[in-house]
Design a protein around this ligand. Sequence first.
Ligand code: ZN
Length: 168
Amino acid sequence: MVPFKTVLCDRDNTREDLCIECKKKLSSSEITELEVVVSRALGKISKNAPITNAQFHRAIELEDVIVLLCSGNLGSFIGKQGRSVAELSKILGKKARIIENTKNEKKTIQDLIGSCRIIGIEKKFAPGSTQTVIHILKEDENKLSASRDSLEKGLERVLGAKTTINFA
Ligand SMILES: [Zn+2]
């Protein structure tokens, strides 16, 4: 059985302190406070219902949900009859949702924003920065899964670039 991976080293998943390496990741913003909290929550859950062959990559917080981007055996984050994800939601104090961490940017964006129709994804390159503009059909504005602000912030974390949602 392959153990699961989080943004922390294996040891730090199950303790309160961070090792020097993980501390460095946090202070350089490679990982976030939220991702540390989620990693520890997963470490706790995995003791009773082992998460295997799976990796937790990133977490973002929208208004009423914390979205976890994961890869591998996603079912082991969910658990039998959804028990693990329910437990996770309880620990985090907010509904947890698992989505696939994929290199397919459009799929990730679609998973996050909900059932809005994407007209186009535009990349604006400027010296030292990239900006992503997601064009969404105007009539689908009310189908956004969360507020535009929180989605833009979350997408910025996930895509690694400043992101704007535009209704056209
Ligand atoms: Zn560590």
